[in-house]
Design a protein around this ligand. Structure first.
Ligand code: FES
Length: 87
């Protein structure tokens, strides 16, 4: 029996996606094949899930209009709007 019980709908860059209840935003995006979550400001280098422990700041996203949220430490919620940090 799976630990996850319900599906949760959220959006990433205005694309509707599905996650499992209890997943972090980063895990849900990774499962939906979004490996690149954003880019660095200066050189536009790709950034994505790296440490998954909240220590590297590689997974910063905008969640419900709040900037610089650690997506690997934030649980996905129904109707959540997630966007890449735009530079
Ligand atoms: S992946 Fe390192 S802080 Fe989220």
């Amino acid at each position: 029996m799976s630990a996850y019980k319900e599906k949760v709908n959220f959006s990433f860059n205005d694309v509707r996606l599905e996650a499992k209840e209890g997943q972090t935003v980063a895990a849900a995006l990774y499962e939906n094949d979004y490996k690149k979550l954003g880019t660095t400001r200066k050189y536009q280098r790709p950034r994505g899930l790296f440490c998954a422990t909240g220590r590297c700041y590689s997974c910063l996203l905008t969640v419900n209009d709040q900037n610089n949220v650690l997506s690997c430490m934030t649980l996905v919620e129904e109707g959540m709007s997630v966007k890449s940090n735009q530079s």
